[in-house]
Design a protein around this ligand. Sequence first.
Ligand SMILES: O=P(O)(O)O[C@H]1O[C@H](CO)[C@@H](O)[C@H]1O
Ligand SMILES: O=c1cc[nH]c(=O)[nH]1
Length: 266
Amino acid sequence: MYGRIWMNVDKLAHHLHLRAGDVGRYALLPGNPDQVASIAALLDAPEFVARNREFETWRGTLDGERVLVTSTGVGGPSTALAVEELAALGVDTMIRVGVSGSMRPDAANGELAVLTAAIRDEGTTRQYLPVEFPAVADLDVLLALREAAERAGVPYRCGPAHTKDSYYGETEPDRMPLAAALTERFETWRRGGAVCSEMETAAVFIVGTVLGVRTGSVVMMWSQDAIDTGAAPSSDPLFATAVDAVRALIAAAPRSGAPVRSAAGA
Ligand SMILES: O=P(O)(O)O[C@H]1O[C@H](CO)[C@@H](O)[C@H]1O
Ligand SMILES: O=c1cc[nH]c(=O)[nH]1
């Protein structure tokens, strides 16, 4: 059983403003609402569905199966709302499609990261599970993303993300009162093998685990130079990889609305 969510008087989910009949099993989750239409353009018959706050939703189909694209906004709190409401409406497979800062000096600007896990250096997921509980991707979704990146022929690597709450705590630690601690912790995550730093994957993985939905995450890594100069690499390989992974998951799955597994503790 998925959790209960608030529906408003028009029978719309409180934050996403979606109705029960609006969704299918699959959703792609960019952070940025401005990216939703561009990702949906890679689906068949894309159409706008709803917008409220930072949550914009389009939908289309892939091989006849409905696929949603819903923005999560920045950070854990809004991402948890999106995952909760999509799961309650019937989505059982969700993939974050995002941007991150590279933590690997040898990574090319624009290289993709297929995220296996997330360091829970944020607050939202601690209100779901103690911090000792690992934030991990669903294995089928993870493998579908890795195979899609391989097929795309783009540079990519797999590994854990660092998920945090403060963007400027990562990019400008020196001007924070906690400068020394932030810098030391960031170096610790890097030495432990974190590939990139971003702000949503821990919430996608942990809330997905608690609700019993499959989740994955693929992000494009910006180099520090790109962040400093604002010279963003193209998002095309990122979007194409995420959509290709959904297509493969659809091909591998029976067509039904049945949940993939039950919610944690159910
Ligand atoms: O582009 P998105 O997917 O939002 O990802 C990254 O960009 C935002 C910060 O600028 C954070 O949300 C971070 O996770
Ligand atoms: O360095 C970066 C770049 C994008 N998003 C982040 O959270 N950090």
